[in-house]
Design a protein around this ligand. Sequence first.
Ligand code: GTP
Ligand code: MG
Length: 366
Amino acid sequence: MRRLVLLTGLFVFNVCEAPHWCPDGEVVKFVDEVSISVSSGKGGAGAVSFRREAMEARGGPDGGDGGRGGHVVFRVQPQLNTLIDYRFKKKFSAENGHPGRFSNMTGADGKDLILEVPPGTVVKDAETQEVLLDLSEPGDTVFLKGGRGGKGNWFFRTSVNQAPENAQPGEMGDLRQVHLELKLIADVGVIGYPNAGKSTLISSISAAKPKIADYPFTTLAPNLGVVRAHDERSFVVADIPGLVPGAHKGIGLGTQFLRHIERTNLFVHLIDASGSAGRDPLQDYRDIMHELVEYDRAKAAEEGFRPLAEREQLVVLNKIDVLPPEDLAILQDRFAREGIVTLSISAASHRGLRELVTEIGKRVLK
Ligand SMILES: Nc1nc2c(ncn2[C@@H]2O[C@H](COP(=O)(O)OP(=O)(O)OP(=O)(O)O)[C@@H](O)[C@H]2O)c(=O)[nH]1
Ligand SMILES: [Mg+2]
């Protein structure tokens, strides 16, 4: 179920419906994968040509060589973090070499095909699954060489055959079906109470289709969506199962899922502003912050651990479609008086999502 959705001017895609669950406590990794066919260019043909000059009736051979076909090159581009560009176009070909010409002119080489991929991309044979390239460091790797250009008839002249009429055709390029795989780590983690609308948000800004329902703990494992911001770059958002007071003591689903966003620098802290569950939204915010602080306390001794409560957060009031504007203004003001800047959205009706995605994009991609 992969599809393209045009949403308030943003292109948004799905990556992978089934997160690859990783029970050993590592950061959950999701796999972005695509199959494509790539071909290098055919070499240009050598030319058969003879000099034609005013004072020379029978000029010698002067057919030049054909140019080399374009190579297929994988370029590791650190700014990329998904394989989103290969989701729809499936066939990629380098340019063929140009034929040789008269006056012993060599044909131009075909243009190389440069395939930009994020670091961590593994290139496998689509059929055998054999790993062909493991691309982690920035730089270029020639994957398929272009065919050699054919020799022109100038090359074949000898003392006994001074007017050869033969030239070589260009060598064929290579064609391969490959499977690209990338393990993704979320750039943004969506946290909040159960039913805050975390899965609804991810389904509205990406093509991921997590289960959504009006009961708590609908989400039992993180969901992942890839969002493409309007500037053509993309980022990965993970929806974390809901937290409740006492989660650090194992209440509800506990805080076990927070480990999946330990390497995430930005959180969207989503709050049900409608108060539909009978709770106060500002208190919801404090409750979740308290759970983060408790989580941090338990992890403090771990080397390299960076407290979650101190990470950058976008505090987002959701479900504003069912909140009278004056109540929303009062709520925004209550947060503001505590020094908390809020954004307001309706994940269900898409209000404010463009601004939210732009804001996330600015912070993640800066
Ligand atoms: N009116 C309104 N309802 C919303 C909005 N966003 C989500 N909901 C509803 O809120 C309920 C919970 O939504 P989910 O997206 O499943 O919430 P969640 O935060 O993922 O919940 P858990 O997975 O249980 O933690 C569903 O009934 C949604 O339809 C919104 O913007 N407006
Ligand atoms: Mg959910």
